[in-house]
Design a protein around this ligand. Structure first.
Ligand SMILES: Cc1cc2nc3c(=O)[nH]c(=O)nc-3n(C[C@H](O)[C@H](O)[C@H](O)COP(=O)(O)OP(=O)(O)OC[C@H]3O[C@@H](n4cnc5c(N)ncnc54)[C@H](O)[C@@H]3O)c2cc1C
Ligand code: SF4
Ligand code: SF4
Length: 613
């Protein structure tokens, strides 16, 4: 792959004119070299800093970019909100990051056929807002409500509502895809190629639009919380319920550790600290059927507390600023292996002395999407690295229970043979060669991770070698992990420090920050301001021009209201501004210009109005 010369950058600027925003500032490139995962030393292995970031404003611009990239053999890394954590959006060889934030139009609402067509950069929360005044609603959506439609097609497809509506693929009528050849194809659900774009992380083409099937908006949601003595009892109950023909909208499992954490968060022991499920109905008749089914079994279903958990479905990373770095493994498991898997992983976690939290969307009558997460702290580097090694172990163990890794990206690429059988993989590789012969789309990941240094470190990510490593890790990692076991004191941390190290980088705040949404300036994105704060706290170099952007804030508190981790962002902004003012002075003129630009902006008032509807 080639890098981007000055001449090529100028060529792109001229070619795209006002149809795209190009940036290559040092700080911005750094922001685009990450996703929500925190993997120390990844820069040593890959060229994670992109040469250029392009935010196309329309599809014509995108076509021009892909044409140049294919001709010049420049790597392209499509990026939605960067809320995935396996390295799928991270550049491996520099190149161009294609940011879809401006391709977020709702193209058409077809009320008669109950369908909506949206651009790939539209967020699920945008669609929900758009449909607020309609009789129609989305079928299923990810708990990362703030992520993009294109991103969820490319990565996952299971989330809230999957029990009733199945995989995202079955809810999409058609997608439009742009191929490296410059061709745009509309691919319908019954087309043979359709499934190739789901879960293949942008390897074959760029998703431009999707036509989603909608449903009649339910009058209300009726969640019920049920506790169980053990996880085996959970599985038996779910199976019996399904066999009785009861059809909830959604079923979510949470373990005792999850409810213990929730109690801590609420500072009250409201929930019993046991295995539990939240079963949610949107149809009154089904709900009644369920209640009598539960009553016959002598099971009490709590509604009041269930409401809280149902509301929290969109805040799955809430930990109330416990200054730690969350680590997670996601795997799809047959329901029959759910209980044995959970029992085995808790033994494994005990060796690493970490407390696992398990949540799971039950995604059909036979399968569960299991999310196992635990806390570590990247500031305790040695322990953190040892804790990181637990993730592939949890994944490997899942595969022995006939589980399938949910995503691949860079870090799960060694599990590709566990995700696709030989025939499927052969077919995917042939298709990649056919549609992307120069391998410009998301290279160096998914099929195989390719590192710097002539790919010598990359040998470790070869599936066979990696398998050997995962056999050795259980011996060494728990020993390395030991010293961290003392609780780190966070007593003396300032509000800013606490906030910076508790931000999980999910990006929910970005989807609700008027300053960012109106200016579309990544440096105003609250998540990115916290990254700048982190650099400040760690005494890394910061440019004045980047620091000034922090002051372009309305102090409206919208970010705090939606923060996944309940962080006190307003206090953090005040402290950050104070520290930057002491160092660089206050950019009074820039602030005045910003405030008047916001007041004059139609987008701003549209945003404010939408919040009130
Ligand atoms: C709090 C939280 C909750 C989550 N809940 C869920 C959940 O319920 N279900 C679930 O599946 N995941 C979940 N995730 C993971 C993540 O949010 C999803 O994978 C999400 O849909 C990714 O969307 P994104 O816009 O952030 O995509 P990104 O992370 O930006 O991109 C993901 C991949 O898609 C590719 N891509 C992005 N846009 C395009 C495009 N237009 N064309 C081609 N390729 C593209 C990228 O190159 C990358 O490989 C959660 C994450 C968080 C932080
Ligand atoms: S307080 Fe500032 S950062 Fe937060 S949402 Fe408002 S403008 Fe954005
Ligand atoms: S500030 Fe909160 S909402 Fe924003 S990225 Fe961090 S944890 Fe997520």
């Amino acid at each position: 792959m080639r890098g981007i010369s000055k001449a090529l950058k100028i060529k792109l600027e001229v070619l795209l004119g006002n149809d795209a925003k190009l940036s290559d500032g040092a700080f911005e490139r750094e922001l685009y070299s990450m996703d929500i995962g925190v993997i120390p030393f990844s820069r040593l292995l890959f060229k994670t800093l992109p040469d250029l970031i392009i935010r196309p404003k329309n599809i014509e611009a995108l076509k021009k970019i892909i044409k140049v990239a294919d001709e010049e053999q420049i790597a392209l890394f499509p990026r939605g909100l960067g809320s995935s954590g396996l390295g799928g959006v991270i550049p491996t060889v520099g190149g161009i990051v294609l940011d879809f934030s401006s391709l977020n139009e709702i193209d058409e609402l077809d009320r008669e056929n109950r369908m909506i067509t949206v651009q790939a950069g539209a967020r699920w929360s945008d669609i929900e807002k758009f449909l607020r005044t309609e009789e129609l609603a989305m079928r299923a959506y990810p708990s990362s409500f703030f992520s993009t439609v294109g991103g969820w097609i490319a990565t996952g497809g299971y989330g809230i509502g999957s029990f009733k509506f199945g995989h995202l693929q079955s809810q999409i009528e058609a997608i439009e895809v742009l191929f490296p050849s410059g061709e745009v194809k509309s691919i319908k659900q019954d087309d043979e190629a359709f499934s190739r774009f789901f879960g293949t992380e942008g390897q074959f083409g760029i998703i431009l639009t999707a036509t989603l099937r909608l449903r009649t908006k339910p009058i209300k949601s009726m969640p019920h919380l049920i506790y169980f003595e053990c996880v085996e009892a959970v599985v038996t109950f779910i199976k019996d319920m399904i066999n009785a023909g009861i059809e909830p909208y959604h079923i979510k499992y949470v373990d005792s550790a999850y409810l213990e954490k929730t109690n801590k968060l609420l500072e009250e022991k409201l929930f019993r600290e046991r295995d539990a499920i939240v079963v949610t109905f949107e149809d009154a008749a089904e709900d009644q059927k369920f209640l009598s089914f539960a009553a016959k079994q002598g099971i009490h279903a709590d509604e009041y507390l269930a409401r809280y958990l149902w509301h929290e479905r969109l805040f799955s990373m809430k930990r109330k600023g416990h200054g730690s770095t969350p680590l997670a493994c996601e795997i799809i498991l047959p329901l029959e292996n759910f209980a044995p898997y959970l029992n085995r992983i808790s033994q494994m976690a005990a060796r690493f002395k970490v407390r696992l939290n398990v949540e799971s969307h039950i995604i059909g009558k036979d399968d569960a999407l299991v999310l196992v997460h635990y806390d570590s702290d990247v500031r305790e580097l040695r322990t953190y690295l040892a804790h990181l090694t637990l993730i592939p172990l949890l994944t490997r163990l899942g595969t022995t229970f006939r589980g399938t890794p949910y995503g691949l990206g860079i870090w799960n690429a060694p599990f590709i043979h566990d995700k696709f059988d030989r025939q499927m993989l052969r077919c995917y590789k042939a298709y990649k060669h056919e549609v992307d012969p120069h391998n410009i789309l998301n290279p160096g990941k998914f099929f195989a991770a390719r590192t710097k240094w002539a790919n010598i470190p990359g040998m470790l990510l070869n599936p066979a070698v990696f398998r050997l490593i995962t056999r050795m890790v259980p011996v060494f990692s728990p020993i390395i992990a030991q010293p961290i076991l003392k609780e780190k004191s966070t007593k003396d941390e300032t509000a800013l420090e606490k906030t910076v190290y508790s931000c999980v980088k999910c990006g929910n705040c970005a989807a609700n920050c008027p300053a960012y949404l109106v200016t579309q300036d990544e440096l105003l994105n609250p998540k990115n301001k916290l990254y700048l704060a982190k650099k400040l706290l760690e005494e890394e170099e910061i440019a004045k021009i980047d620091a000034e952007k922090v002051f372009l804030c309305l102090h409206c508190g919208m970010c705090r209201d939606v923060c996944q981790n309940d962080l006190d962002l307003l206090t953090a902004w005040s402290e950050l501004e104070k520290r930057l003012e002491d160092r660089f002075g206050k950019p009074e003129k820039a602030i005045r210009n910003f405030v008047s630009a916001m007041e004059e902006s139609e987008d701003y008032w549209r945003f404010i109005y939408a919040q009130k509807v």
